[in-house]
Design a protein around this ligand. Sequence first.
Ligand code: GLU
Length: 552
Amino acid sequence: MDNIKLANLLFPDVTLTPEDLEVKYPPRELPEGARVTRFAPSPTGYLHIGGLFGALTDVLVAKASKGVSYLRIEDTDKKREIDDGVSAIIKGFDAFGVEFTEGVTGFGTEKGDYGPYTQSQRVFIYHAVAKRLVEEGKAYPCFCTAEELTALREQQETDGAAIRGYFGKYAKCRCLSCEQIEENLAAGKSWVLRFRSEGDENKRITFEDLIRGKIEMPENIIDEVLLKSDGIPTYHFAHVCDDHFMRTTHVIRGEEWLSSVPKHIAMFKACGYKVPKYVHTAQVMKLDDETGDKRKLSKRKDPEAAVSYFVEKGFPREAVIEYLLTLLNSNFEDWRRANPAADAMDFPFNLKKMGASGCLFDLLKLTDVSKNVISKMKAPDIYARVAAWARDYAPDYYETFTADPAFSTAILNIDREVPKPRKDLAKWDEVPAYLSYFFAEPEIDPRLLPERVSRADAKAILAAYQPVYDPAEDKDAWFARLKSLCPDLGFCPEVKAYKQNPEAYKGHVGDVSSVVRLAVTGRTNTPDLCTIMQLLGRERVLTRLQAAAAVF
Ligand code: GLU
């Protein structure tokens, strides 16, 4: 058969050649060892936490090697696509400070010289390569209908064929003559373009996965579809063309693609392209609440599978990134200890330190990491972040919180500029409840009084305190004042002395301050009470002391 004639029949309008593309997309000029990575999601309008994992890996691997990372949108599967499925993905990356060097930057926008970075706009590239494969006899049109393909599957079942798919004797269209093809085309029959596999089912290929080491698999013998009947490529073919012409050095992708590698290597070789390095990353897992078993984080069952969950809850991006890096790279924690103040994005990411088995995503651990991260933040920074979070996710609270920025910042600063700041907050959606007593009168529950303090004692404590309370007193004077009330009330001013002789007292000064704390805040545990009272001011404190006394 005349392959050149066939190629012209199938692609009459394609004049662009792979050589033209080599010129248009030349090898990148990068320093020795620089890695070119890509993150390639479908525009589903949803960014899975596993996607953030992958993208973070891409960006850090490129950055650590002075290379390039880019975002490519893989929109060849129309079933998985939604109208603007790109913005949510970009928004997810923006929220976590994950920045690619090149690629899609928004719905309809992109940067970089190796574009377009959206597959549906790259059809001219796939067709140029496809035409060349036909010219070289490495691809052929297949006119099999859906019914014929079903019949083929059934036949393979009956035969008990070990390998299923379009290959060898089952590949009817593999040997069509040019005349038959011409006839079919003239009859307007729809066709897909198939890869003419040269694989041998008795042979195996080996390749190196940078995480998993040497892998051996049977050669591919399937005549995979390269172009669908609408001319759009399959994932497999698009991957090969794109990663070649975008000059990707490292294909980092989910482990679900591992079994496709023989196919991809065969295609890279058929096209005459260098096979990139492969890195198949482990799935993100969780412990199932009900069964206790490890399972994949599921879009359907687990709200925390979506990156947007962490934005809505108000986890600081540094905390999420920090936690992901502890999961992703076994040497991150050592690096962090040696570089406590460094930006996580400067971590020298090492692919070899990635685990091959699924990593367990644990919300409680993230919460701990986040408390730590927030404890090191400055109050004005927290104020800005809470305000930004509230504007989007708690508009009513936004009004309250931002009405007096200096006040809100000051309350966030209590016990912050100290050697061991408190670790109360893990995410911004906890702030409204955490700070509630600063913005509204607290509800007082007398059951929260310390065990040693009766309601009558509590009343007596507040009655004694009200007339002597002085908002101008500093911490020491404030505490000395509470101590001074103790003897008359039957409490011991010194905790130590109380412990030596507990029978002699009702309680100690700590119990007295707990009563004041409960009256002023409704809580048994707060940051420094003296500062809280200074910020609330005399009027509000006195009102609260009186109101609580009436409840006790
Ligand atoms: N578009 C593919 C996916 O969404 C990407 C696989 C790859 O990174 O090569 O799974």
